[in-house]
Write a protein that binds this ligand. Sequence first.
Ligand SMILES: NC(=O)CC[C@H](N)C(=O)O
Length: 410
Amino acid sequence: MPEAAENQPRVRSQSHEGDGAARAAHATGAIVFADGTVVYGDGAGATGVATGELCFNTAMTGHQEILTDPSYAGQVVCFTFPHIGNVGANAEDEEASSEPARRAAVGMVSRATITPPANWRAEQSFAEWLAARGIIAVTGVDTRALTRRIREKGMPIVAIAHSRDGGLDADRLAELAGAAPAMEGAELARAVSRAEAGDWAVDGWNWPEGYAEGRADGPLVVVLDYGVKANILRRLVAAGARVRVAPGSTSAADVLAMKPDGVVVSNGPGDPAATGEYALETIRGVIEAGVPTLGICLGHQMIALALGAKTVKMAQGHHGANHPVKNRETGQVEIVSMNHGFAVDRDTLPADAVETHVSLFDGSNCGFRLTDRPVFSVQHHPEASPGPQDSFGVFDRFVADLAKRRAAAN
Ligand SMILES: NC(=O)CC[C@H](N)C(=O)O
């Protein structure tokens, strides 16, 4: 095939190649775009219809962690890695840290049929787990073609449907996709934030014993929860912190009344610019009070907004477990976990901010710190889960600094 033709984006389900109309009538799964594009496949997981923003994720493992990351609320994840399910699912690889945070990804797309588990940690097959979790899956899809379309045209809002008896109504699904809200302007963090503040004591996962309990004497870190991933909390505990998680709606006065040694502004779903003044007021109050503050992903974007900077929607976003990020201050490159569709516009950062990290994929901003206040934040996911652990040091440095400040103050 000539090179030019090979490079054309093609959207078509390979499993239904050749006999379009007949297969369309019997297909049990479909992904439908607002412009009427239909990708048929085999339904798996939960049955029904969901709408959301379609993004692609390049991680080769950790698919359960990805689909349970509350930052994916309102999104359908197309995995570029073809084989899903070998590791199965288990209760430990859960990234939602509260009941509301279980509303994470709404759909999943894969190339191959989901395979039965072949891993000692598996408690359930991935297909059963998807169904129990309410996640609609479509398999047998040409995920490369979908990914190419996202790379060319950005992340579309789609309807994803699974019906065991087939008979999917593509026109109705296209209408649903057209009527669904855009991700730009979407306020999604409130729905995945816990309602009550609570302590978190679970430490990181270690082979072979699994999770342990943390120590009780470290610096107190209050985490503002916009849908915080469990491994952010575990890595803070592993770094020696006592962790208290507070709803994202907590006021600055209430956060300060907890007498935190440090505050973490969490990851979360939706458009940071639509997340709300309530959150920005709290973040500003905490920073103005001089409390050391760390932001992660949505938290990074929210801190930037609180300081008067702007965020922008990215064309295809960053979703994967293999992204190179350069620390501009040390020159070191870390391979990191990524999951974001918005980015901080570095040109709008305040004068007292220094850009510390940059994506080596597209040069976008991946971190900054303030020169006159103890504030730093990163766009990537230093907690991994899934992904390489190159950036665990973010938690160690943050908590060690809090311990040093506490010792100096006493
Ligand atoms: N992982 C996150 O916190 C994502 C942040 C934000 N929702 C984005 O897509 O950019």
